[in-house]
Design a protein around this ligand. Structure first.
Ligand code: GMT
Length: 380
């Protein structure tokens, strides 16, 4: 199948999922066309059946806002025609589902029908999409998609609660390429980050308010009072600077490393003992799944789709949003005893195995096939 994938090319989870999906589909013989404004960060290798088409939005001084949706829909029209793309799979509803619908309409004028599969990822529904500024357009473009998927049951429920949806929503969970983690890093170089008696605690995100970065620092502050530890903060975002200030105020700057964005997530997870994800809302928590696949237990909030990923008392612990006391107690319980820590590490791997890419990608293939078949049937 020739599949066009539209996504954000950044370090955010939706872009990572879209890229890993495209790469796996290409290994399964499909022809993949990534159409976005930059080469996706996890897309290192282009080849015979993995292509990248850049969407350019030339600056024009008249425009206060440069019209990306317009440029994207025009590019989609051109790429569908040029490469005979059969399905467009758009990740994150805003503005991708909307732009894809416009492209579909333009192509219909030339008697070409390209079905649209929209995958909802989280904040496109829970934070941004449900804002009155965007809601009519988001509702419209979800309803006009030929197939819709959500990355967790919780996100499906939120979508049905927040929008007037006439479409069926299929839950296709996020996934992990277990092979990569099995044969991942063995040479962690842990000694570069901490002494033998120190535990390593990690957080990875785009450091927006929704991630509750102050809770991470406060949880770590309590942990390090009981157990020698270091905190690895990975990612960039508006909450990074305030977090650095918070560490200085608490006198723990020498125990906290801010990495910025990193393409070496597997190396960092390889030397981590515990992962923190206390988010306000989280449709899935891909970063927690990546941690678990590396054998790192997760201390998280119990919000949104996280309980579908992290099993309380097995792969880690879940607490109410903001309950820093409980999160730090749970963390200390896991970290203080090596037998307990190793049990949680093994469990985390076992839990992650439920989300193996090999189980999930066929679900997307089946959706593409069913959507194409339905469109062909309607044409006849
Ligand atoms: O919030 C992020 O970290 C980025 C955002 C995105 O769309 O890039 O993540 C959302 O999609 C991820 C992939 O499906 C999910 O794992 C995240 O839970 C979700 N974020 C939120 O719901 C806050």
């Amino acid at each position: 199948m020739r599949i066009g994938i539209v996504c954000y090319p950044t370090f955010g989870g939706s872009g990572v999922v879209a890229t890993e999906l495209g790469l796996e589909l290409s290994k399964r013989g499909h022809n993949i066309h990534f159409i976005t404004y930059n080469q996706p960060v996890r897309l290192e290798l282009l080849g015979n059946n993995v292509h990248y088409h850049e969407v350019n939005v030339p600056e024009y001084p008249l425009f206060h806002y440069q019209p990306y949706e317009l440029a994207l829909s025009s590019k989609l029209v051109d790429m569908v025609k040029l490469h005979k793309i059969e399905v467009l799979h758009v990740h994150y509803a805003i503005p991708h589902a909307y732009a894809a619908y416009m492209a579909q309409k333009m192509l219909q004028e030339e008697n070409i029908y390209v079905p649209i599969v929209t995958t909802l990822h989280g904040t496109d529904i829970t934070l941004v999409g449900s804002h009155p500024f965007y809601k009519p357009a988001v509702t419209f473009s979800i309803n006009k998609s030929d197939a819709v998927t959500a990355v967790s049951q919780s996100l499906k429920n939120d979508t049905l609660r927040l929008f007037d949806i006439k479409q069926e929503i299929n839950v296709v969970t996020n996934f992990i390429d277990l092979k990569k983690f099995k044969h991942g890093f063995t040479d962690c170089q842990r000694a570069m980050m901490a002494t033998d008696d120190e535990k390593i605690i990690t957080h990875i995100s785009n450091m927006r308010a929704v991630k509750r970065i102050p809770d991470i620092i406060n949880t770590f502050y309590k942990i390090q009072q009981e157990i020698p530890a270091k905190l690895m903060m990975v990612g960039e975002g508006p909450e990074r600077e305030p977090a650095e200030r918070q560490c200085r105020a608490l006198g723990i700057s020498d125990k906290v490393v801010f990495f910025g964005n990193s393409n070496e997530i597997d190396r960092i997870l390889c030397f981590s003992d515990l992962f923190l994800l206390p988010s306000e809302t989280e449709s899935f928590g891909l970063s927690a799944l990546e941690a678990m696949a590396s054998g790192v237990p997760v201390i998280s909030s119990n919000t949104g789709g996280i309980p579908e990923v992290n099993e309380d008392g097995f792969s880690g612990y879940l607490s109410d949003v903001g309950n820093v006391d409980e999160m730090s107690k749970n963390a200390i319980n896991i970290l203080k005893d090596d037998t307990e820590l190793n049990r949680f590490k093994t469990n985390a791997k076992e839990q992650a195995a439920k989300f193996d890419i090999l189980q999930i990608v066929p679900q997307y293939e089946a959706i593409y096939e069913a959507t194409l078949a339905k469109c062909l049937e309607e044409e006849v």
